[in-house]
Design a protein around this ligand. Structure first.
Ligand code: ZN
Length: 141
């Protein structure tokens, strides 16, 4: 356990919040919204996906998939939502949140009128969408 980052929930998880830690990443509890909600993070301080080495990102997602299977089995969830925001913690991570069979779809809340849409213009600039999409496509291997 690292001690130079005392406030980091991944380097120094509070007692009882570390679920597992291996070469692929760290799984912690951080104010779970419901049973089965966990965070799966990389091992070092790189808060955003574009800063993470591809092998570290792959390892973290391998761990996340393994943990997701376990959560679905334990909770009888339909699946786990996978959410990455990264506004606060220093380790890039994803939240795994069980979606139960009777839960309404989350997508409309994230992308619809009561979610992100409140902060975004009403319509994305089509030219910018196309330009960025083509640029990303040209850089995909
Ligand atoms: Zn840390």
């Amino acid at each position: 356990m690292e001690t130079e980052h005392p406030d980091c929930i991944f380097c120094n998880p509070a007692a009882g919040t570390e679920i597992c830690r291996n070469a692929d990443g760290i799984v912690v509890l951080a104010g779970p919204a419901r049973p089965g909600h966990v965070l799966v993070g990389i091992l070092d301080h790189r808060p955003s996906l574009h800063e993470v080495e591809p092998a570290a990102a792959a390892g973290m997602m391998r761990l996340a998939a393994q943990v997701s299977r376990s959560i679905v089995r334990q909770t009888s969830a339909e699946k786990t939502y996978v959410v990455a925001i990264g506004d606060r913690d220093k380790h890039f991570h994803v939240h795994l949140i069980p979606k139960m069979n009777d839960d309404p779809p989350l997508g409309p809340h994230v992308f619809g009128g009561d979610g992100w849409a409140a902060f975004l213009p009403p319509h994305a600039d089509d030219d910018a969408v196309r330009r960025i999409s083509e640029s990303v496509r040209s850089e995909c291997a």
